[in-house]
Design a protein around this ligand. Sequence first.
Ligand code: PGA
Ligand code: ZN
Length: 417
Amino acid sequence: TITGLSALEILDSRGRPTLSVTLTAQDGSRHVAGVPSGKSTGANEAVERRDGVADHYAGQGVEEVVATVEGEIASHLVGHGWDGIWEIDTTLCGVDGTPNLSRLGANAVVGVSMAAARAFAHASGQPLWRWLARDGVAPRLPVPHFNILNGGAHAPNQLEFQEFMVAPIGAPDLPSAVRAGADVYAALRALLVEDGLDTGLGDEGGFAPDVDVETALRMLTKAIDRAGYEAGRRGVAIALDPAATGFRGHDGRYLVGDERLSAGDLIDWYTELVEWYPIWSIEDGLAEDDWDGWATLTQRLGDRVQIMGDDIFVTNPQIITEAIERKVGNSSLIKVNQIGTVSRTLEAMAVCRDAGYTQMISHRSGETPDSFIADLAVGSGCGQLKSGAPARGERVAKYNRLLEIAAANPDLPYGLG
Ligand code: PGA
Ligand code: ZN
């Protein structure tokens, strides 16, 4: 039985308001969730609600969302016993009544759903990651994808691509992978200083120098080498999230430097970049509504690199099902707040698994120190997690949680799987 539900307006890592939700269970245990918030959001994401009161955090406040959790949502949940997270999530979606959770707010719903998952894990006597593991899924420690160079919507520089990540795929274990991430991050900082470039940080803790895409890739490869690792899948590979919706012009062309590229031109360029640099994964290489371009990109590069959908799939089981039918992508990014509940997140992952699509669990650019996604990455056995740079509290909270799980469970395998 849920005996209490409360929420609080708190700050996220960008200094914008978000909420924490606290659920109290019958045994008096309290379960807290911090709600993340994206900036380069997909058009079809579940909708985050904000108050729009101009003199309170410039309209970004969530006091009314807090009131919704403590009022309407609590009235449906508190005082009742629940059989599982699925039952709670179905109730929340039913009470909301919209397809995108816009009435209650996906930020309210996801906070309650995450806190409820923690309560169920506690009641079962299991750590969250083990409780989140579903039948037929073998938990494993994921390859951390460290976003060490930021552009796009996450930084004030002119760099078109949003995320340049390093992935220690070849590391022998999770602690070595975390160390590799930190080593490469430090090496990149040293290279930037040598070249007189800016070492200021973007929203996810990566450096945000004013360089172009190929300079960024050269520096990343050099940083991997300098730090003493082999560049590529046997050591430390590169993963890109261009977040291409962000640099597409009104005429449908992709704007890179002085060039106006068609989808075909951009795919040609990706093919060259994959040739020249140790890139193993490309997320959102094309815009979220460019389904034909996506199909071509998948045909051209799908057997060589992971072609991952974020803004285009928005962790939505229906959209991913359509993508599978149309042979669009071969992998999906997974964000709990994009679809709004833990249950639907697990459903999206099951759809991917059944079709052989790989998955990567992801943070948002606006975060709290909540480490729920680290447990989700381990329990789902998907083998991949991105949580920004190996620096800044809200980013390392997830990597540190992985280290804790690894230390307590020496038999858990590490890697892509
Ligand atoms: P967001 O970006 O959290 O700002 O939406 C993350 C991503 O595009 O992967
Ligand atoms: Zn993305």
